[in-house]
Design a protein around this ligand. Sequence first.
Ligand code: PMP
Length: 785
Amino acid sequence: MNQQNIKFLDSVVPEFPPEAAAEIARANYGIEGEFKALYSERDQNYRITRDDGVVVLLKIANSHEDTAVLDMQHQALAHIERQDPELPVPRIIRTRDGALSCDVAGPGGATHQVRLLSYLPGVIIEQVDHSPELLRDLGANVARLGLALRGFYHPAAGHVLLWDLRQAPEMRGNCGGIADETLRAAVEANLDYFAEHIMPRLDGLRAQIIHNDANGSNVLVHDDDHGRIAGIIDYGDMIHGPLILDLAVAVAGVVFRKDDPMAALCDVAAGFDAVTPLDVEELDLLYDLVLTRLAVELLVCAWRVANPTGLAADLEGFVAKAGDAFEQLRAVDRSDARARLRKACKFPPYCPPPGEDASDDQLDDLLERRSQRLGQKLYTFYKRPLHMVRGEGVWLYDASGRAYLDAYNNVPQVGHAHPHVTRAVQRQTAALATNTRYIYEQILDYTDALAATVPGGNAVCVFVNSGSEANDVAWRMAKAFSGNQGALVMEDAYHGATEATDALSPGDRRGNEIAAHVRTLAAPDCYRGEFRGPDAGARYGEDADRAIAELDQAGLGTAAFMLDSGFCTNGILVAPDGYMAAVVDKTRAAGGLFIADEVQSGFGRMGSHMWGYQSYGVEADMITLGKPVGNGYPLGVVITRPEILAAFTERTGYFSTFGGNPVACAAGLAVLEVLEREDLMANAQDAGDYLRDGFCELAERLPLIGNVRGRGLLTGVELVRDRETLEPAKDETVAVMNHMRENGVLVGREGYFGNVLKIRPPLVFNRDGADILIAALGRAVEDVS
Ligand code: PMP
């Protein structure tokens, strides 16, 4: 064992009799009074009740104590007093000569440094009941103390100290002092785990000079209010180290004799977190840090029982209760402990890291509650529903910690939990979240950035909260501008969930009549549709003539053609040449507007252009945005020309409370920045082409794969039972999707027959992801065929 480290294990505390202490106090401080010896591990402490009633504390330092370390303590107390004058900490009383301390010769001739401190009244926390309120206040006070010390530095702070938890592995050789064999083995196992798994992670945490000793006998509670902390004393163990150690020491002091020691951990941590927000890495280590602190306390005390030194203390009693607390806490499952701590501090649910081997025992209960509270018809993806707790980039993680390659979700367009977007939201939400009745710059910066994405840049924006709302208001604007009432949409289109957009969503209205003002166009499907030859574009386009004529006959006229240029609900199609221009031209000729619903195809997804419709070489009158626009922050936008907006607002007022709030704009702007910085459109092009090439290779040997199509990172894979008859392989598609899910790859399905695999990953999906996806699809199709 490290020699420096052990010095306070075997050193003898100073032994000045009360008369000698009285003489020191009289000679150096000019005070007299009643002296009472207090227990200290390595110093000698006397509480002196002066004749005038004032109580002070005389501290005679161990002769081994480093004078620089003592100086650090003095300076730290002065620093704390300046930073947080209200924080109850002892104050140094100077000597008659005005010094912070004085030296005295001990009975054995050694020199001891002496100082006098103000005495804080109160009862020590280990002697009172621990209400949740008290435990939270303990956490809060420890955090305040850490804050007060944050800017403090002293060269002695790097000293080696037995009670620095990072020294714990050094003590493994002392385990022989623990008499109980089972307990000894458990402590050894704990120290080994700590050395291997916890120590390396401590190095990456925020560190500063910390108090490091807010244990059960150094924390005071108000005499007349046991729910409040009255002070934290004893600055003798200060070190420079991870801030979380302060919290761990404090928790370890209050876990004894508890039915549920984890509840105490949670309360103290929550109190700390309310003052100094914890990093999730810190919180996840807390359970182990507390456990190891108890192990170290056990080791030191067991050693002392065998090698009695200093003033009497009930060390055996302490060993017994610390042993019990250690065993009790050790019996708690580590993942459960971390999960409870996260919940207590209002973090999102805990996600076990790889290798932790956790299981999800909540799923059934959550499903039950879900159907009770959200209705039974809200279906879930996949036969075995997924309980997701975390996302990062192209990966999603379930509650057991299993990773899934996300090739389905387009809301996190620039990747799950992208740090740039997350930070933008956090910062803005901490500053201001209000509405467009006030003037704020963020919305204008964002609108400028959006306007720059359309030719000419002469654009205005209407801000809402979802794709549905964007389409709803775009539809109203189209009617106002055109003076017409009729709509053209694709058969099976989906444009939203409001009453107006539901009417524009025949895909969701199967079996119900299509609204009287809506006409559907045959999907330009060149794989299984009516026209497949070189003239397919023009032939499908002719359907618009029919539909426009019908609207005219009905006296409605054509107000708009609304289109998702990814043709997602039609099975992800690539329209044949000439089709888009034909329908858009016919719409305009009929006095209608072209509304490009970019909820699916926008923000570079199609690889070649910012907006999906642009890849067809046409111009839109209105662009509607949803889903990916805020990378998960709810936001919807309509981009249009000033005269179209004016025609609408001349007739009606329009206002959306949350639409375009500063936080939404910060999210939206951050998404645009990431798209550009990370060149994600080019990545979509590259990864998408690579992916489709891979699928086409699979199709050469797997006949179930009938057709592979798409643009950028929007891909459809149509499964058929027979390549001649094109009989849709719906059940097989379901089976393939579930097979892939079991193998950790997420895709969806689409199309009238539900036989088209829908692949639409976040745009950070690259060739590495594509390789995983191609392999998973190959295996699934082989097994299902
Ligand atoms: N348009 C399209 C093309 C969509 O795919 C969706 C959502 N699936 C919407 C509109 C509606 O968006 P939201 O769910 O945000 O209202």
